[in-house]
Write a protein that binds this ligand. Structure first.
Ligand code: DGY
Length: 323
């Protein structure tokens, strides 16, 4: 039987690449650079499946090839707001993602960011590297205690729940939740969490706000000027979701005028470009989209893509179909 042809847009962990190549006629983008729209068009014209990542913008325009060979877009990653799912569905393309396997690592990174910004770890590290540390003193880089505080979690899917687990059991935090649909009471009870009716109810009550909702047009600028104004003046925002969920100019203003305590971001609107105003804010920690960046998660993500491919080409419903 002829092996289906598969195009992988970025380099993957070696073990997964080897496994993929055994069952599929696999082409890797050896440049390991994000695909340009014309390369995406070429890929969907030529390959049975394309395996993109967050860096490939699969817009309606990019998918608009005269003849589309691709039947499956098996995304390497859980978030898929970089894919125009409506256009892909119109073209008869199935879309899958890789949930579950990165939830723990992404929540670990959100905790890292929360602790870093609360304890001013980024500022301290910068000071040391600049050779500016003059020694211990009682008033030096005094931060905020995390244990026992209130954490508002926006988006209570798998990653949001892992965040709640860490914060509740590890740090004795009170958990508030905002989610687009009602969360089952038994799930809330696991973390002694309270679901708030709206974001407007959650923000004024939270010492830390951690975003775990999807990106895409529906959540663009979810955190805007009006909502930053609702946060406590010493509260912190953590974003490991998608850059577009935060209005970055509104955030930069809130940081500069110190109407909130600080923020920590792993994702940026239009990344890897960084809004230069943000980079001037001392009370901001920034990481380069490292949420799932562990050996374990990145391998598991690859094997999860492989599971979806195997299901699809064996005529079964792929376990992680999202459109
Ligand atoms: C994810 O899995 O969504 C990561 O952010 C990488 O895309």
């Amino acid at each position: 039987m002829v092996k289906p042809s598969v195009f992988v847009t970025r380099r993957w962990p070696a073990a997964v690449e080897a496994e993929l190549a055994k069952s599929y006629n696999t082409t890797f983008n050896t440049d390991d650079q994000p695909l340009a729209p014309c390369q995406i068009r070429e890929a969907v014209k030529r390959y049975d499946a394309v395996l993109p990542t967050v860096t490939d913008k699969l817009t309606a325009e990019a998918l608009d090839a005269p003849k589309v060979q691709t039947k499956l877009l098996a995304n390497y990653g859980v978030g898929f707001s970089h894919i125009d799912t409506g256009r892909a569905s119109d073209l008869g393309i199935t879309i899958t993602n890789t949930p579950d396997v990165l939830s723990e690592c992404t929540a670990d990174l959100a905790m890292t960011l929360m602790l870093m910004v609360a304890r001013r770890a980024g500022e301290g590290e910068r000071e040391l590297r600049e050779g500016a540390w003059t020694g211990w003193r009682p008033t030096h880089l005094v931060g905020t205690k995390v244990s026992g505080k209130t954490l508002g979690i926006v988006g209570f899917g798998r990653i949001g729940q892992e965040m709640a687990k860490r914060a509740h059991f590890g740090f004795g935090m009170k958990i508030l939740v905002q989610n687009r649909s009602p969360v089952r009471q038994d799930i809330l009870d696991r973390y002694n969490a309270v679901q708030m009716p709206t974001l407007e109810d959650l923000l004024p009550e939270s010492d830390f706000v951690s975003l775990h909702c999807p990106g895409g047009p529906a959540n663009r600028n979810l955190m805007n000027n009006a909502r930053f104004d609702l946060m406590k003046p010493d509260a912190f925002l953590i974003n490991t979701a998608r850059g577009e969920v935060v209005d970055e100019m509104a955030l930069a203003q809130s940081l500069m005028f110190e109407t909130i305590g600080g923020a920590a971001l792993d994702v940026f609107d239009g990344e890897p470009r960084i809004n230069p105003t943000l980079a001037q804010c001392d009370n901001l920690v920034m990481l380069p989209h490292l949420g799932s960046a562990t050996r374990e998660a990145r391998e598991a993500m690859g094997f999860r893509v492989l599971d979806n491919l195997n299901d699809f080409f064996a005529g079964r419903a792929p376990r992680d179909r999202v459109a």
